[in-house]
Design a protein around this ligand. Structure first.
Ligand code: TXA
Ligand code: MG
Length: 308
């Protein structure tokens, strides 16, 4: 076993924090059963106590000791896990999970990441790992180890290079009826619908299920202007597809108009444009299809309008 991985497992066992890659974004992990480790995550991120963490598991068997899987959840798990789908289910009374990890809720968000290094870490540790994205609250989720500001506070950092998908997992809530998507991601509502008939999109007439979903997630240090078709000279420009970009600093999420590539580049390029001394960032329209729904969701929440 590579020594860094062994050190990471040891750190989790000793109540420490580990930054690790997943196929979506980097996570900041801790032993989900240990209240002190979980408290460290909230402190390092500056995360509000009422925002629950996702519980990462190495197997469905482990997940089933934590959450009540109904038949729909089993079907989704068989089809999509391990992978970028998080399922919210009733929390088992007997689950070995610190109450603060789930913000004292009676539900729990379960995720089985497919990234090989995440899978090895989880298997090696053997128990559940509570892990939010490895950013400070309100900042961009890191898609590379070096971009995780929480690395400073972590006991071990596992570097798995760039995250393949680049946007946080899709969250589906099956703890209530009808089933509902709480956060769009790479697994789209069209892919989920056949397994969860009557699935509702985010915001569709629902009360707020998790306080965290209300928060303006990523608050950029510069104003964002969305659906921009022309650009001012002092703007940094985030383009998409075959568009003529103005402005003085520019990035294109995908010149070919590939939405998956755009999702993978989104946080890196936003971070690069934020670091310039341009007054604003103007973003080209992104088609609201497939993973484009998740991209638009993150952008809308960043400008504060959000449909979360
Ligand atoms: O892709 C991902 O999901 C990444 C990687 C690291 O796995 N994690 C991630 O965690 O994005 P975080 O903490 O940044 O976002 C978790 C979201 C929050 O919006 C939180 O409110 C929601 O999941 N959540 C957690 N538990 C919940 C629950 N019981 N009910 C509803 N929402 C929940
Ligand atoms: Mg996050």
């Amino acid at each position: 076993m590579p020594s860094l991985l062994a050190a990471a497992i040891e750190a989790l066992n000793c109540g420490g924090l580990v930054v690790f890659p997943t196929e979506t974004v980097y996570g900041l992990g801790a032993d989900a059963a240990n209240p002190e480790s979980v408290a460290k995550i909230f402190a390092v991120k500056g995360r509000p106590r009422e925002n629950p963490l996702i519980i990462h598991c190495h197997s469905l068997n482990l997940a089933r000791t934590i959450a009540d899987f109904n038949p729909t959840a089993m079907k989704l798990a068989e089809h999509f896990l391990p992978g970028p789908l998080t399922i919210v289910l009733p929390l088992k009374k007997t689950a070995a999970i610190a109450a603060q990890a789930v913000a004292e809720l009676k539900t729990v968000a379960i995720r089985l990441p497919s990234h090989p290094l995440a899978a090895e870490l989880l298997r090696g540790f053997g128990r559940a790992v509570a892990a939010p994205s490895a950013n400070v609250s309100g900042r961009l989720s890191p898609t590379a180890a070096a971009a995780a500001p929480t690395t400073l506070a972590a006991d071990v950092v596992l570097d798995g290079g760039n995250c393949r998908l680049g946007i946080e997992s899709t969250i589906i809530d099956l703890s209530d009826t009808p089933p509902r998507v709480l956060r769009p991601g790479s697994v789209t509502i069209d892919e989920l619908e056949p397994f969860a008939p009557g699935l509702k999109p985010i915001g569709a007439g629902a009360g707020v299920k998790a306080p965290g979903m209300l928060a303006r997630h990523y608050a950029p240090s510069k104003p964002l202007r969305l659906n921009a078709l022309s650009f001012a000279a002092d703007e940094a420009v985030l383009g998409f597809g075959d568009c003529r970009l103005g402005g003085i600093c520019r990035r294109n999420l995908s010149p070919k108009g590939d939405l998956a590539a755009a999702a993978a580049n989104l946080y890196t390029m936003l971070g690069q444009l934020e670091a310039t001394d341009c007054a604003r960032i103007a973003v080209s329209p992104i088609p609201n299809l497939g993973v484009g729904v998740a991209i638009n969701n993150r952008l809308k929440r960043a400008v504060g309008g959000g449909d979360a």
